[in-house]
Write a protein that binds this ligand. Sequence first.
Ligand SMILES: [Zn+2]
Length: 537
Amino acid sequence: MTQILLYDTTLRDGTQREDISLSCDDKLNIARRLDQFGIRYIEGGWPGSNPKDAEFFSRAGELELRQARISAFGSTRHKNKRCQDDKNLQALLRASTPTVTLVGKSWDFHVRDILDTTLQNNLAMIRDSVAYLKDHGKEVMFDAEHFFDGYKANPEYALKTIEAAAESGADFLILCETNGGALPWEVENIVQAVGANFDTPLGIHAHNDSACAVANSLAAVRAGCVQVQGTINGYGERVGNADLSSIIPDLQLKMGHEVVSPKQLAGLTALSRFVAELANLALDNHKPFVGQSAFAHKGGIHVAAVLKSVNSYQHVDPALVGNEMRAVVSELSGRGNLVYQARARGLEISREDAQRVLHQIKEMEHEGFSFEAAEASVDLMLHRVREDYRPPFELIDFMVVTEQRQRRGLLAEATVKVKIGDEIKLTAAEGNGPVNALALALRKALLDDYPELASLRLADYKVRILNSERGTAATTRVLIDFHDDTRTWTTVGASANIIEASWRALSDSMEYAILAGAGVFDHTSSQPSGTDDGAAE
Ligand SMILES: [Zn+2]
């Protein structure tokens, strides 16, 4: 099977997305991760276009890459200048990368109307620029901009442009689907036609404007392209570039091309989330392969089937891409979802207990709780239903006072009484608001017995008003995310009173942290075994 080379342009085309801005350090960190993951080419930016990209190239030496090659991106020489006088080409040389990606025009309409030059001169610009970079020892990717639109309009001329690049020594001819409007069969036919005329290896660079960038890239590989360009999570101008987070597993798991090692492929989900984190964009939960819901089952019948055979409702084993199967627990679920979640935590639960927890969940969802995101609350319920479960603490009562005093501003003070073993503890704390004061007082009460709570940090606090037509009597749902050094968890509370809703989520969160510290949840596996019927309700 032909070796397919992966080419990532997250750092250049990806940053053209309107709400992304990466610092130079972010870019270096992403490049390091792409190298570890096994991406062969990393396009670092356009050194001629802005100082931040130029800085990336001057610091790229710090990277100590294992296998990846860094590429600098730029365009063919100016229509009236010689290569040695062209600022852009000089910036490309100064970037000191082993590889240069040179974009040139291949659509006659663009040459005449946008570049405003003759078809002949454009060919000369391509020839001169490629030859100049080859003379300077560069590996050259020739990006034929708008190749597919150009081929549809004037195939003879489009072919002449890549012929000019090939004759001048280009190492790869990259056919760009720049406007993103082509369909997979058009791409496949055109790549095949081009391949019949050239020995130089071909690559594909697709944009997603007709929602076909992944399909177009796969079609191009099927027709003979050996290099695929794209970005992690499909970030890019307008609606985005071809999404490598989908293309890579498709190439490897469905088309049989080993583009990275199986171990590297298992790092795909982590890579996608890492890049989203640095880009400061929430990753879509429903993204194929890497989204949190990509292998989540909610319908009771699905979960019951998955418990019998894991492959009954999934297209690949999620572990291959580093993701995991989840059973979403909600009032729609059957007992199977709970049995699944319990097994995934290494907990055996009887049918009767599962039934009891399910009943409780349905009652609580009626009150306004929602457990789909609050897996920690479900984990606790699965433990609490067992006869041998002893809670690490019991709440006796709490009091919160919020005062607005002249010149002192808003002040909140909370008092908490809990029972740990046979001992009653009473603590108080001040906070910048009532929930904060409660959290601090509760932690203070527990800290002597459970010092692991010291590393606890609040990560997120979300409030949602349900049945808001009831005004101030509406139910409030609170979701609280805490994290410590190794994990993040979410708990839920609901009540007509926001303090009470927060209190329920807070105390669940502390209880979860204590159990987690004792290693109770360390048995997680994404594929629990067993053949319990787990019938759908
Ligand atoms: Zn592009």
